[in-house]
Write a protein of this length. Sequence first.
Length: 371
Amino acid sequence: MRIVITGGLGFIGLALCRRLLEAGHAVRLVDSLSPQIHGALPDVLAPEGAEVLRADVRRLGDHPEALADCDAVYHLAAETGTAQSMYRIEEYTDVNATGTAALLQALARAPRRPRKVVLASSRSVYGEGAYAAEGTGTIVQPGTRSKAQLEAGQWEPRGPRGEMLRPVPTPETLPFAPSSVYAATKAAQELLLLSAAEALGIEPVVFRFQNVYGEGQSLMNPYTGIISIFFNRARQGLEIPLYEDGLESRDFVHVADIVDALVAALQADVPPGLPMNLGSGEPTSVRMLANELLAASGFKASVRVSGQYRVGDIRHCYADLGRARDVLGYKPRVSLAQGLARFCAWAAQQPAYQDRLDAAAEELRRKGLGT
């Protein structure tokens, strides 16, 4: 098959490209090489055998060769910083939502359309994940925590009657409740694809990624990728600051497991409009993550609970993997300990980049979006 990957020179795109080439597919990588991700002078090397086109997904109409004669498209191109999206609203909406519309418009004009389009969406579309109310077990999706709650250090969401909640696996049936501009743009991507797919005669596949990490991820982007941010600071002997009380949790999934599902989707019969979660299915607190990373890297750095916050951050979310398991046979293979060991071994061989986390945090404070 001839396969196009938008955002193909990014972290997940390159990992997917290598796997597809190994399977004998022809791969075309379309990427704008964003300086925030790749640096001012990109040194990204595409795998041997891949075709590369430097193009902005928003301008695909100017590049008919980008989608020519392809059998499937993986749409990975996106801006991905949750906090940054809250003050670069137009840019995130333009790249993520308008970029998806531009892709679909280009497909509408193409003389030959692909059979399938696979979208990399995000767990952020849920806002807070699913919770069970203490005492009753009723499943609750709490709203976005207010700035007043965050200012008061009330980190844990409460139920509609003020009851205590505990996080449970988040199913795809939970409705959209985005708490950031980034999340809203990912929901828009899903809706655009599903709205246009039938008219265009293409099969849509929507994956909602949890926090993806692994070898190859950007080590210079201070707005996304908590594992790379922590590694970069620890490597330089800098303190690792934790927002809130450090007990907020995420579902960290290794890129190899994500690629397994992406490749499986090529041949799978996925019912239209059936999004699937991809993650490890396990919650890990940010405090535990920092300690595990230090153990895996061997670096010595202090970990400080800051009590600070960022507007748009959620408290807890981890994936219910039942649907992906049933449809694709998806089963994560890489444990967090294994994945961190692999990541640290790779990252230690990469150049050390200037840490910009403090500057990014200060920018949020100036804009009233964090403390």
